[in-house]
Write a protein that binds this ligand. Sequence first.
Ligand SMILES: [Zn+2]
Length: 424
Amino acid sequence: MPDLFSRLSKIIDDAREEITALTVDLVQFPTINPPGEAYTPCAQYIGRRLLASGFEVTYMRGRDTPGDSDKYPRTNVIARRQGKYPGPTVHFNSHIDVVVAGEGWSVDPFEGVIRDGRIIARGTCDMKGGLASSIIAAESYMRANPDFPGAIEISGTVDEESGGFGGVAYLASKGLFSKPRVDHVIIPEPLNKDRICLGHRGVWWAQIQTKGQIAHGSMPFLGDCAVRHMGAVLNAFEQDLYPKLNQKRTNMPVVPKGAKRSTMNINAIHGGESDDYEGLPAPNVPDSCSLTIDRRFLIEEDITEVKAEVVEILEGLKSSRKNFDYSIEDIMEVLPLMSDRDGPVPTAVAEGIKQVFGKDPQYIISPGTYDQKHISRIGHLHDCIAYGPGILDLAHQPDEFIIIDDMVESAKVMAFALHQLLTR
Ligand SMILES: [Zn+2]
């Protein structure tokens, strides 16, 4: 075992140039989501690479999922390499989509500039660097131990940034993330090279609408302004809801610290003349106003209570405020998730971290959700974590980067964990 580890370490150290080149190649596909650009060529690049290293490669399009079209097909790639003997299957899942580059870059965000031991580009950290690490980890392991038991799978999936419906959710609905096909899953999201992410907080998205009555803007007293009603909602949130949310603390090890409590973002507000109207506004009293809320909740909270808190405030306004009327509609909900830290995957990765860094991992929970939710809810597979190189805070930022040393070290952790999981 120590012998295999030093051999693996050496192979991965020698692959430093290769891991860099692979990451640069991957970030040069501008897989921007939305709308879902360049998914197919990026998936095919990964497929060709893994085919050459002996994997069987399949492409699966998330047909008729949100955003899927012939112009923007939701192309996923799944590669599987069967071992010499029967055994469990370990799956590395990475999303290939990235968010828009945005402003403030000092380099071309899709070139893959290498500077001071880093690669700077959109998607380096979140999460093509992690994908490259897992590919190098698997290939290096296969070289160090060609007669391995079980099977290794690597997937490149789409749409994580928009909910993962055409990607992991679609594949999970086809049985690709369930037993007996797969036993253990590692998602190389950028949670830092020495941390293990066991899950995430819950999410509830909803849209609230206030109602009014249209009238001429010069005589607003003849109508009823839906925007003012929404102002009352926001005011009640400030007075009664936010202080309450601030008090709710969790025992989940959420990072960053600010997310160790309940939070709610006001995602959007619209009322009156629509934003895309370019002429002079007509003098109308708006008869409807909508507000989108993004509530993140804790494992200690029940989703029915989370919803009831908001409804209670709206009902309160209904009885105290003249002509107040509203509706509320769910947009999305995801329950909080926390894998068992003594499960096979967290244990194997923890051992890998100990080998490579000489210390115990830090166990964390992500403030936001990622594709683990689909693996758990649709695939019913619970031995899953996020582990990968990259600094979480850099995700979605200008001049996003990944440190090449971190990718190399993470690949060692992954390769070591892979061996543990296949042979334990
Ligand atoms: Zn990500």
